[in-house]
Write a protein that binds this ligand. Structure first.
Ligand code: 9WN
Length: 443
């Protein structure tokens, strides 16, 4: 048991420590998520870094996103990893040689990349930068430069990932969700029966740097790797991948929520740049409507993912199911229903000494305090919830999230994720987005 409100906390030194971590992870042009474990540039991490840098180093925020867009494919996709081929310290798997994207006509010539994408929170980060920049002229000129890339990125998603024009885009790999081994994927991954010959030979390296009991299982990894092989065998051609029955096609709540919010932010950026915002508002409106119509689980008061192949709901209750709050998707009445589920022992109840919000409903049998995206506290998800709830006026709950994040960081350092019961830190140490979002929350 603990009392977070009794501690004397030296906030200033925590802020300095967060900045120091970002400095140490700065690789001259981008920020690696963590030393050894994640040596390259990751897409949604970069957007979170930019939000952190916006509090004190605008030029780095811009450089970070510029480097990310240098890896954009000609079809508009922003890859989930831009590789740092100079890193000799790390052996990250799967590296660029495994993805085999170099010789594709759609991939860039100057940098090597993966062949899938991650949640599109970039326009949101750039709007934030425009709103907070010390040097507004510079930020405007940066936004003008990246606007065509942002536009191409959103067009790619709606064009290639929403073939039935529903306003909801699909992802085709668990890594694309940002929540690799979420229980959301269990059922679909279980149905992928593979013989040994269908799995390319590979060696995991993530377990070398981390306690393997916290990481995804080997069975899941086989399926992650099989999917990459499925894509590269089809030259990353979207139609072929779909036509040949890709076994993982999911309309994910968080991915679509962030697209919806980023669509509105892109519209606002367009307006500031004197361009027509209406196509972006229109898309975002349609996405919000479909999230409300198709993803709402009225029995549990939360949003859930959909299996694109049959339209069925995936009955798994994750913290990400509350995050449509971040994009102002639920009506105020619906948000109250959601809050009545969030504010229980299933997640984190006010006045019950809980430590921020776990990533998965703790009452579910598969919940774990320690396993990666299957229960532990993640700072990025809590940050999204914090921002979302603020728009609906839940101040007391937001205060709890802020205080518990400070507590976690002070107790255990800037970890990748945390045990919701004990506050112990897990995964990578000195993890960049934990530092970056901490800076924003305390700003
Ligand atoms: C695979 C970098 C990334 C995050 C993801 C997180 C984890 C990679 C991995 O690390 O994924 O992309 O190797 O486990 O799940 O959200 O972007 O921090």
């Amino acid at each position: 048991s603990f009392d977070i409100f009794e501690r004397q906390i030296d906030i200033k030194s925590l802020i300095n420590e967060a900045k120091r971590i970002l400095d140490q992870n700065w690789m001259n042009g981008f920020t690696r998520p963590a030393r050894k474990m994640y040596p390259h540039q990751w897409s949604w991490d970069s957007a979170f870094m930019a939000i952190g840098y916006a509090t004190y180093r605008q030029e780095r925020a811009e450089e970070e996103l510029q480097r990310l867009f240098s890896g954009q494919w000609s079809n508009g996709m922003v890859p989930h990893i831009i590789f740092n081929d100079n890193d000799k310290e790390s052996d990250y798997f799967p590296g660029s040689d495994f993805w085999q994207t170099e010789h594709l006509s759609q991939s860039p010539n100057t940098v090597s990349t993966s062949g899938i994408c991650q949640p599109p929170i970039h326009a949101t980060a750039i709007r934030h930068l425009l709103e907070t920049a010390h040097d507004r002229r510079q930020a405007q000129s940066f936004a003008k430069d990246v606007f065509p890339s942002l536009k191409a990125w959103h067009s790619f998603l709606y064009r290639e990932r929403d073939p039935n024009d529903e306003g909801l885009v699909y992802i085709r790999h668990p890594w694309s969700s940002g929540q690799d081994n979420s229980p959301n994927w269990d059922h679909i991954l279980q149905q992928i029966n593979l013989s040994q010959e269908q799995i390319p030979s590979y060696e995991r390296t993530d377990n070398k740097h981390n306690d393997s009991s916290e990481r995804p299982s080997n069975r899941s990894y086989d399926r992650y790797i099989y999917l990459v092989d499925f894509f590269r065998k089809r030259g990353y051609n979207e139609d072929k991948i779909r036509r040949d029955g890709c076994p993982f096609l999911v309309q994910d709540v968080l991915f679509n929520t962030l697209l919806c919010r980023a669509g509105r932010d892109l519209a606002q950026i367009a307006e500031w740049l004197g361009k027509d915002p209406s196509p972006f508002y229109k898309q975002a409106k349609k996405t919000a409507k479909s999230i409300n119509k198709n993803m709402w689980d009225k029995n549990h008061n939360i949003y859930v993912d959909l299996d694109w192949r049959n339209g069925e709901k995936i009955d798994v209750y994750m913290l990400s199911g509350f995050l449509p709050l971040f994009a102002n998707v639920p009506s105020p009445a619906r948000s109250e229903q959601m809050f009545s589920y969030l504010n229980t022992q299933s997640f984190c109840q006010l006045k019950k000494n809980c430590l921020a919000v776990p990533s998965y409903d703790r009452q579910q049998p598969k919940y774990s305090d320690q396993k990666y995206w299957r229960g532990p506290i993640w700072i990025n998800l809590n940050w999204l919830l914090y921002k979302g709830l603020a728009q609906y006026g839940h101040r007391e709950y937001d205060k709890l999230i802020k205080q518990t994040i400070i507590y976690l960081v002070q107790k255990s350092g800037f970890h990748e994720f945390y045990n919701p019961k004990t506050g112990e830190g897990y995964g990578a140490e000195k993890f960049s987005w934990t530092a970056a979002l901490f800076l924003d929350i305390l700003n």
